[in-house]
Design a protein around this ligand. Sequence first.
Ligand code: SF4
Length: 425
Amino acid sequence: MTIDTESRRHLNVPCPFCNLLCDDLVIENRKGKLKVSQHGCHLAKKQFEQEQPGVTPRIGKKDCTLEDATRAAAKILKRSKQALIGGLGTDVNGARAALQLTEKASAIIDHMHSDAAFRNLDVMQNHGWVMTTMAEIKNRADLIIFAGTDANTNYPRFFERVIYPNDSLVNANKKNRQIVYIGENLNIAPAKKAGGKQPINLECRQDKIGEVTSTIHAIAAGQEIVKHAIGSITLAQLKELTELIQQAKYGVIVWAPGELNFPYAELTVQSISELVKYLNRTTRFSGFTLGGNEGGMTANQVTAWQSGYPSRVSFAKGYPEYDPYRFSAWQLLRNKEIDALLWISSFSAPIEIARPRIPTIVLAAPSIRINFTPDIFIPVSTPGINHVGQIIRTDSVVSLKLRKIQESQHPSVSEVLNQITNQYR
Ligand code: SF4
């Protein structure tokens, strides 16, 4: 339920519904109802225009006050020996408050998408990498290789904003850009439609991409390759692509760790990353990664600032203990290694947890689908719609200020979590 009484037009609204964080949306607030009138993709339209039902907090199936709900939530966390604060679909303030509560409750903290994030984090922590930003790709890149992602299905305005934008520092680059796709079931239509060079499409299974990039690395290093093909990609095609890569003045390989969803996908990220590092001996080449949706990048950054580790941190010993394997939220849930759960989803992710037979506390936007009845449900407002906030973009170098464009009766995640934390004083 909204309580706006006037109509307003909001310009340059940042959108938090994928981690490109486009900041040019035009949104009308017509007496409390939102309408995306310019620049929103289908995801943005769906999320901004969705009406949030006015609901009250609940304990079990009974309505209650926010105070009762936070008191009951604190009781659950105080009783637990090993709680998990998970989901973390929230902004900087929400993530800070989650971390503070995790410390008070001697709990474990992890984000809902950290399986994907750790495919990157493992490589960054252990080997280092060379990465670029959205602005650098937009203004400089002459060769862009999409490895396992079309950067369109899950990031609908990436081509419009970054690959073929209306304005860029070096317009010649935009026209002469060569796009290459490597992977499976990729939608290459956006690159075909742009009217520039026709894209090169090398189809292979997602779990073969690492072999493709390692082979390119070997060819670039002057090794003799005896294999004639990887899947349907021939050695001749790989040699041609290696030549293109070596001739590029500013090449970029783009991947989305969430779309490399197969066992040991971090090895694929490592192979891509090692290729990029090697190419920098003779030309300029960078990696770029698409991910961190639902506040994922934000949660990782905040946890890193405050604990020294990006995620999967336990405070059970009274200090931050990091273990990317033992403290994975989904693994803890699967193995039934926790005795209480607090889950946060204030943007758009549905909550699907298989039969959690432990006390559960859920903080979620009222429209979010939950596949179980939590012991305590607290409806929260959405950052970037109902309250101001801050969130960190996919390339991790830009943090955007989110705006309030609609009133809400629901508190923010940080307000609720701070109320729960205050019960410890
Ligand atoms: S591409 Fe992503 S950030 Fe941009 S409008 Fe669509 S959902 Fe929002």
